[in-house]
Structure formats: C-alpha cells, structure tokens
Design a protein around this ligand. Structure first.
Ligand SMILES: *Cc1c(COP(=O)(O)O)cnc(C)c1O
Length: 495
C-alpha cells in the first residue's frame, strides 16, 4: 500500500514520502503527516528476532513507500554502522527496575544521531528519485544537539550544504565546541544573539520567503530542513521504540502483548510523537509520559488544554529542552482535531498572533494516553545524584528530567506498568552539570578534567566525540542578530 503525505494546514497538498523529505515543511507552512498511520506487518515475535537494521526496515518500508527495498536498505546500512559504538545501536540498561533506552551511542553522543545519521541518505536518494538538479541547502536551528548531529551527518555529502544556527550562550560549552570544530567544505555554523525559539522562527521565515526561493533557484540551490519537522527524521525515531519493545520481549523482561509505558524528555515534541506513532502502529505502549524542564508549556497544556507560550524563557541544565514552541505538537493537534486542517490552522494562527490557543474538550479527550509533568532544576540534579548514589549509574541532565517525572508518575498513580525511559544524551555531553549534581567540589575543575573524572567515577569509556574536540581547532566564528539570519544565509551562499 502506498502512503502519501499531506500538510497539516490545507487539504490540497499531497506528496510522496520522498517529496515530503525533500521539502521538509509544506509550502503553506504546515507539517507533513502520513494520510494514515500504517500498522506493523511483522508480529512482535518476529520483530524480537531482528537486528536494529532489520527493525528499521520493517518500520520505514511502511512509511517511505515510494522508496525501493534496495534504496531503503542502502540508506539503513550506511546510517547504522560502525559510527555507533555498539552493534546493538540502542542498548537498554535496567536501573532500579526501569529500562533506560540509551539513544546516545552514535557519532555525536545525543539521540539526534538516531535520525540524523540516516536523513542525509534519505534526502540524497529522494533528490535522485525526483530528478532534483539543485544543490540541497540544509538550514537548521538547534538547541544544541541537532546542530552537531546534522553537521556530522551532512559534512562533505555531495550535492548538499548545511547552515546551522544556534543560540549563542544557550548551549553547553561542549555542545558549542562540538559545533565550532566541525570540519567539511559544505558546513557553516552561526551563533545568534537570541534564544532557540528565535532561531527556529528565523529559519521558518527564511523557508517561507518566496523571493529568496526564486533567487536560490536561479543560483542552483533549494532549501530543506534537518529539524524534527522533517518526516525523514520522525519516522527513523519510531524504529527504536519498536526495537526496544522487541529486545525486552526477546530477553523475557516483557511478555508478548504486555504494555510498556514510555517516558520521554521533551522539547520540540519529536521524540515523544515518534512513540505515539509507534503506539498507533500497534506497538503495546500504555502511557506516553511527557517530561519537561522548567519550560513546562507542555505540562500545562496536557493538564489544562491550553497551550500558552507567553512566559519567561528559562535557561536550564537541560538546554536541548529549552523550548516554548514545540513544533511537532502541531502533528498531534491536527490528528486529535480529526485530521481537520482548518481547525488546526485556526489554532496555529492563534498561536502566532496571541502566543496561545485552547483545544476543545473533544480534542482533549483524545489525549488520555498522554501524561505530562516536569522536573525543576533542583529535582533534576537530585535525580542524577540519587541514582548515582544508589546504583552507580550516571545519566545526563535531560534523561534525569525524564527519570524524575517517571518517579512522580509512579508516586501519583497506581500504574505498575513497566517503564522505558528514552535516554537522550551521554553524560559526557553535559559533564559539568552532571558532575556538579554529584558533588559540588567538581565545580573547581576544568571541562576536560571533569571528563576524566566522570570516566573514572562512572567507570565509563570516554566517547570518541569528546576525545576529538579536546585539541580540535575552532573553525567557525560567525555571530549575528536574529534579524540578520536571512542576510547571513545569502552571504554564505554568495547570492
Ligand atoms: C533534542 C533533545 C531532546 C528533546 O527532543 P524533542 O524531540 O525535541 O522533544 C531531549 N534531550 C536531548 C539530549 C536532546 O538533544
């Protein structure tokens, strides 16, 4: 069966998977969604005997129906290879009876690698299939992790260029150094004086700029997006939930058909939306537990039915979740509005005009499987310290937000369903915050001294991604105001 993709904001746009991947965002500013969520064709038992790559094919073939088997398998093989430091790609660690799905074993040690190692291959394959002659320019706003993972994925990929915008001062020192040391003839990194939402809004405006589109086309360029609004990122993220369930079934931790709750540290709502898609495909997922930091717009939304971004933007120890406008939520809103583009459009207009919207009671009723909560800074750091003291396991600050919310959920409800926590970054990516949480005495140490200390107390090998940047030279130094993003893009492309 072939699946088409339509925009969340109008009825008339319908494209193939490869076209949706190429475009990133629909021309009307909407997000592409599959006209229906397909079901898994393989039984859980069959899936439990599969490798990561095989599960990836089982899931992706249902969504990317205009790719041939050979094309898709080729993309999968190029993506999930020795760039990952373990053959299982996404290992599961059981700590205090909870499963941590470690999604940080790729090249840049954050979960963004799970999708961004395959996106360049999907995109270049899609360009070939659609006879695209232009070079693809990837424009990305990052709260820290997407940027590096996208840079690593696209560096020196023929026929592509990549420009990454990040909030100067809004990412961790290691995240910033990772980006600024990125090699490659086709990569640019730009810091903006502003926060992630401003970077993301700026990128969306550039995408929607018709004049610029014409100018780009004349110069032989067209934009695409590596942000999680691209369906080519969302679908590869569905894979690891299916894989996790299959592994837990294979090891006897779950019985066939037994429900599993998932807990996801959430920012742009991509990762948890992928879990929702997995559930809709037939995976036995119970609750979708959405964990926020002090930027708790989503917690408020799930409890009240009102999405309101009119509040102070907080910088936290989990910077990749410092987001007030969660782009991917629009896909869920559209779905619970009964796939009604008009209704969704009205809400999104209200969001851009007033910074808020209310969903109807009927829509809210369809969100029963979601549970939202949040962790304060203090609670997040205490979770890291407590779990380390009790078990020796060291988690990063984002995962800790989820672990804290998982505990709140367990304390608040009688639900005994087993929980899978999406562990989204290596503790080495946020070494200073993690080590300070464990003991304040570490505050006096330098960044790389802390890395060595973390390796020692956690009995963990230092990831390549960290060793590489110890001595790497800084290669990028562009900084601009949020209003200058378009001019900066034109300058970089020489148009
Ligand atoms: C991006 C990111 C998140 C948030 O994921 P979303 O898909 O944007 O909700 C959480 N943790 C880390 C480490 C991340 O890099």
């Amino acid at each position: 069966m072939s699946i088409l993709y339509k925009s969340t904001r109008s009825e008339d746009i319908k494209v193939t998977a490869s076209q949706a991947i190429l475009k990133g965002l629909a021309a009307d500013g909407g997000l592409f969604v599959p006209t229906e969520i397909p079901t898994l064709k393989e039984s859980l038992k069959e899936l439990s005997a599969m490798s990561y790559q095989e599960v990836a094919y089982a899931v992706m073939k249902e969504y990317f129906t205009d790719f041939t088997e050979e094309e898709l398998k080729n993309c999968i093989d190029k993506a999930y290879d020795a760039k990952f430091d373990t053959e299982v790609i996404a290992p599961i660690t059981k700590v205090e009876g909870t499963y941590y799905l470690e999604l940080f074993h790729g090249a840049t040690i954050a979960f963004k690698d799970m999708a961004l190692s395959i996106l360049p291959h999907l995109l270049t394959t899609a360009a070939k299939k659609n006879q695209v002659k232009n070079d693809i320019v990837i424009l990305t706003a990052t709260s820290g992790d997407t940027g590096k993972a996208a840079l690593a994925g696209f560096a020196d990929v023929p026929g592509t260029k990549i420009i990454v915008f990040y909030p100067k001062g809004g990412v961790s020192p290691i995240q910033e150094k990772q980006m600024l040391t990125q090699k490659g003839n086709n990569v640019s990194v730009v810091g903006i004086h502003g926060n992630f939402d401003q970077a993301q809004t700026g990128v969306k405006m550039i995408f929607g700029d018709k004049e610029l589109e014409v100018k780009m086309n004349q110069a032989g360029y067209q934009f695409s997006s590596a942000n999680s609004i691209n369906i080519g990122r969302l679908v590869p993220q569905v894979v690891y939930y299916v894989y996790a369930y299959a592994r837990l079934l294979a090891s006897g931790e779950l019985a066939e058909g037994e429900l599993m709750n998932v807990v996801v540290p959430t920012g742009n709502f991509g990762n948890i939306l992928a879990a929702y898609y997995a559930k809709n495909m037939g995976l036995p997922i119970g609750k979708l537990i959405c964990a926020s930091n002090d930027n708790k717009v989503l917690y408020d939304f799930f409890t009240t039915g009102t999405y309101d971004k009119n509040r102070q933007f907080m910088l936290t120890v989990s910077p990749s979740m410092d987001i007030l406008v969660s782009s991917n939520l629009e896909r869920l809103i559209y779905k619970v509005a009964g796939a009604d583009a008009k209704a969704n459009c009205a809400l999104m207009q209200s969001l851009s005009a007033e910074g808020k919207y209310d969903i109807t009671l009927a829509m809210k009723a369809q969100l029963v499987d979601f549970y939202g909560n949040y962790a304060s800074e203090e609670e997040t750091l205490k979770t890291i310290a407590d779990v380390y003291d009790n078990t020796g396991y060291i988690m990063d600050t984002h995962t800790a937000v989820a672990a804290c919310v998982a505990k709140k959920y367990a304390a608040e409800t009688a639900d005994k369903t087993k929980m899978l926590i999406a562990s989204t970054a290596s503790p080495f990516k946020f070494t200073r915050s993690v080590m300070n949480a464990i003991d304040e005495k570490y505050d006096a140490m330098g960044d790389f001294e802390l890395v060595d200390e973390l390796s020692k107390i956690g009995n963990l090998e230092i990831p390549n991604a960290i060793n590489e940047i110890r001595t790497a030279p800084i290669l990028h130094d562009i900084v601009c105001d949020a209003e200058e993003m378009k001019a900066t893009v034109e300058k970089i492309l020489g148009i």
